[in-house]
Write a protein that binds this ligand. Structure first.
Ligand code: ZN
Length: 358
């Protein structure tokens, strides 16, 4: 009974059965897909290996990223490890790089094992997020519908006293970046702790860990199903998810005298990459962060001196320059971390950010 590779389910990449090649010798080649061919965002890989036997079985797996010659091995460092998830067991496995291919020798336990570059954060994880949020007396709000009629949802945690500040945290502009969703979920851990209870007196929170569910369902890398990139085209696009997100950002900006936008990503470069739109904020936040959370270093981008662009189509610039929000964009890759680590980063970094804002 050979191992079977399942694909085509919501969130899988590849989606097309033709991109899985099962050879007679039992080895498998999987070719990940990209909706626009942009190698810089081509980090989606998610299939399920089914072992129908009662005993573990080996599997030789090749993930063939099919890079054009001008890209070559440039992004392969972020594709060398995959997660193996079997029931509640999640472990990371190091592979071998061979040009633009990553090769893995697996020992698969009986049953289904999810093989992926990013631990999933999809409908079950969203339900767990809302269950956690409900313990903090939150509301579950719908803020729109996507092009494919999925409901866009967020947790709404109003200030327990008079709201002086409103915070919107979003994840998953880029569908594969589940790290961003776990980051946003981690903000619930901050709010459940002592610092969070004090914060909630004067701060309201809207947490939206999944702003591009259509893209996630189709296993996309960067865009919505209508081809929109929700950050750089977030102001100009008529995609329903873009319109809804724009409305949410405007609503949160108008809800309190001070408003903050946190946009969490999971791009697969080794160093963590926060982008500050204010140098003062950067110098107040960075000393508060424990180095243990960021073992591969911390590369900061400072956008505070960038000239304003009234015609911008970028949602973050729009929020900063035209809505007067404090904007903080941040990206955290895996490289030895798991979902619990990303939750810790979301909690710690948001706590440091809000402490710095006073
Ligand atoms: Zn991203």
């Amino acid at each position: 009974m050979d191992v079977q590779i399942l694909t085509g389910y919501e969130g899988s990449n590849p989606q097309a059965p033709g991109n899985v090649e099962q050879n007679d010798d039992g080895s498998v080649v999987v070719r990940p897909e990209s909706e626009d061919g942009d190698s810089n965002y081509k980090f989606a890989f998610d299939v399920t290996a089914r072992n129908p036997a009662d005993a573990p079985q080996p599997l030789k797996l090749t993930v063939d990223w099919q890079e054009p010659p001008e890209v070559g091995t440039m992004y392969m460092g972020g594709r060398r490890c995959i997660f193996l998830i079997n029931g509640s067991v999640c472990r990371e496995l190091d592979g071998r790089l061979d040009g633009d291919k990553a090769r893995f020798d697996l020992e698969l336990p009986p049953g289904d094992t999810r093989l992926c570059l990013h631990p999933p954060f999809w409908t079950a994880e969203m339900e767990a997020f809302f269950a956690d949020a409900a313990k903090l007396e939150s509301g579950r709000i719908g803020y729109g519908q996507t092009a494919e009629n999925r409901t866009l949802e967020a947790a709404w945690l109003p200030a327990t006293g008079r709201a002086e500040r409103s915070v919107l945290a979003i994840g998953r502009i880029h569908p594969y970046e589940t790290a961003g969703s776990f980051f946003v979920a981690g903000i619930l851990d901050l709010l459940a702790a002592e610092q969070g209870r004090a914060l909630r007196e004067s701060t309201s929170f809207v947490l939206a860990p999944m702003v591009n569910p259509d893209g996630v369902a189709h296993g996309l890398c960067k865009r919505t199903t209508t081809g929109t990139e929700l950050s750089t085209q977030g102001v100009s696009s008529n995609d329903p998810a873009a319109c809804a997100l724009r409305g949410l950002v405007c609503g949160v900006a108008a809800a309190a005298p001070n408003a903050v936008l946190i946009d969490a990503h999971g791009w697969m470069i080794r160093e963590d990459g926060p982008i500050f739109y204010s140098s003062d904020l950067a110098s107040a936040v960075l000393p508060e962060l424990s180095g243990e959370l960021f073992p591969n270093g911390f590369r900061v981008k400072d956008y505070s001196d960038r000239p304003a662009d009234p015609g911008t189509t970028d949602l973050r610039r729009y929020a900063d320059e035209q809505l007067g929000m404090e904007v903080f964009v941040t990206s955290h890759p895996w490289f030895g971390r798991g979902p619990a680590d990303l939750r810790r980063i979301g909690s710690a970094l948001t706590g440091a950010l809000l402490k710095a804002l006073g």
